[in-house]
Design a protein around this ligand. Sequence first.
Ligand SMILES: [Zn+2]
Length: 388
Amino acid sequence: MTKQKLLTIHGANSGHWQETVRGVFSPHFDYIPIEYSGYETVLGLLRVVADPLCLAIGVLLGLLSLVTRLLHFSSYVSVTLVALAIVSVPAALLRSWGVRARYVDQLKAKIDGHCPIDSPHVIAHSLGTYLISRALRKFPDFRLSRVILVSSILPSAFDWGKVFAPQPARAIDVRNEFGLSDELTRVVGKLRFAVRDLGTSGTRGFTQGAYVHNADAIGHCLKCSISWAPLHNVPLEEFGHSDQFLSEGHARRLWLPFLWGYRWDELSSFYDRCSSLARFLNSKAYADFDRECDQLWNSKFSWTSGRSLADHIQVQLSVRLTRDPPKRSSTSLEALSGDIRFILPDLVKQACEASTSNQPAEVWMHPLLAIGQALAFALLLREGLQSA
Ligand SMILES: [Zn+2]
């Protein structure tokens, strides 16, 4: 099966996290880290706002004007140097803006190269949030799947209406994660008087409106029951600009469920309950297993399309047996359903344990893949047993 593409876009001086999360996403997506140059060092942080060379020339001109005054040069020379030094500041801002604008175009071209037809998922951090969001606003043919913005440096008042009003399907869902302790974004906000296209959406979120809601950390939004919005602010207390967001654990617990379109708490509960069932089986606590398994099988999940887990498994089995009838007529739907009760919890438990060591079983963390694999194992077991 072809995996959906997932692109990550780093910020200034912060590309290392793209390799940190590769192991989390590679089993599930065609993982493509997008890179660009010019912002690798600490100076890169300054370059986001103003061109360091222009600023350095301005400082030099200022010093020269001081020297010319001390050496009693003509006042015309000093004034000219001061004027040039002052002009170097807007020149630095303008040059930096020009580079950002050029990188927006280059990013669009790169993504078109990787994804000529399909709409990829995107995770962008810091300057990467600026580039992807501006590209989305600039190019009407640009469509994405699910988007995670982390520590955004766009203005809170960024006009998402220009993205979603003409075509609501420009992105399936956008999650704007930001830490309330992000001092770097706060500094960017203080420079907004000079850099109008940057701002504090990484500390305050985007301004709520028809296209923007506030959600809690797991993405739950009360307003969506009234009217859906394509973008949700997700404030995370105590988080700074980079570190905690960009870890394996954060990617696995919060980003994977979002990219799959599931709620983190729902998925986490499914993992816990399957792991408990596997432990009951291992310790031969069959009464506990039957009771808990019945409860799990009667539960409904977002990935079971409104059906109970038991009904979902029945439907999958029926489709499979119709398409590929078993060799033995005695391989009944009921017998296979019974086998899956024992196989599925153990597969999910294996996946959870494998996820911390990047083992192949990690792919079964996706509940539908785990169910599909449990079904395949059950069929193999029955057919193998009966032909033996
Ligand atoms: Zn909402």
